[in-house]
Write a new protein. Structure first.
Length: 203
């Protein structure tokens, strides 16, 4: 369900990069997976990101494939060891199998994976260093309970009888929590939570 929207956001990112002057075309694309966990979904979107960006760069006549920096974020208690002992190996093996050997002349791009332990409610990355931020089923927990929820009376979430002021409180808390100064200009972010998605561009 989410793949076409993710693909559309990545495509738009590359098209805007191609429109920029040659000297400013991105040579390295950076993405962050927030709340990556340590299971089958950890590198799922990262793989799509690398493949889609690589295909589009070829299609738009970029001379060489860009390199990729992929930041995997979760809380410090996450099993980062499993990611780097097993998942990272499968990731590189799959890339190699599907795209060929890395480096000049080959067709799989260089991908650098790094673990970033910490809460996504704190600053985790350098300013304007990310082109694409993705998160699935991790952002439904806000950093704090929004104010004014007592007006919501019988509900513990937004329901059809929830007053507009409560919806606004949730919205404002979400905006405060997810202001990304780390996004590069023209970058894109997407997150998925319990059937709701949001993709936004930073200008
Ligand atoms: C339900 S799992 C989703 C995992 C994966 N993204 C997926 O779609 O399968 C939620 C993940 O978010 C992480 N998480 C929750 N709050 C977080 C926070 N404040 N900062 C970073 N990670 C967080 C949890 O540790 C957990 O690994």
């Amino acid at each position: 369900m989410t793949k076409p929207i993710t693909e559309a956001a990545i495509t738009e990112l590359i098209i805007s990069s191609s429109r920029s002057s040659c000297s400013s075309k991105a040579k390295t694309f950076c993405m962050a997976e927030l709340g990556c966990s340590s299971g089958p979904n950890t590198l799922f979107v990262a793989m799509d990101f690398v493949k889609i960006v690589s295909q589009l760069c070829r299609k738009h006549g970029h001379d060489e494939l860009p390199e990729f920096q992929i930041h995997l974020n979760d809380l410090p208690g996450n099993d980062f060891n499993s990611i780097f002992k097993s998942l990272a190996h499968s990731f590189h093996a799959q890339l190699l199998q599907e795209m060929g050997a890395s480096g000049a002349g080959g067709s799989a791009p260089y991908c650098f994976l790094s673990g970033v332990p910490g809460s996504f409610y704190s600053r985790l990355f350098a300013a304007q260093s990310l082109h694409f931020v993705h998160s699935s089923y991790s952002l439904m927990w806000l950093s704090r309970v929004p104010e004014g929820l007592e007006m919501n009376r019988a509900n513990i979430y937004i329901a059809s009888t929830t007053p507009a002021s409560v919806i606004n409180s949730y919205y404002e808390q979400f905006q405060r929590d997810f202001y990304f100064s780390e996004m590069s200009f023209g970058g894109s972010s997407g997150w998925w939570k319990n059937g709701v998605n949001s993709f936004g561009e930073e200008k």
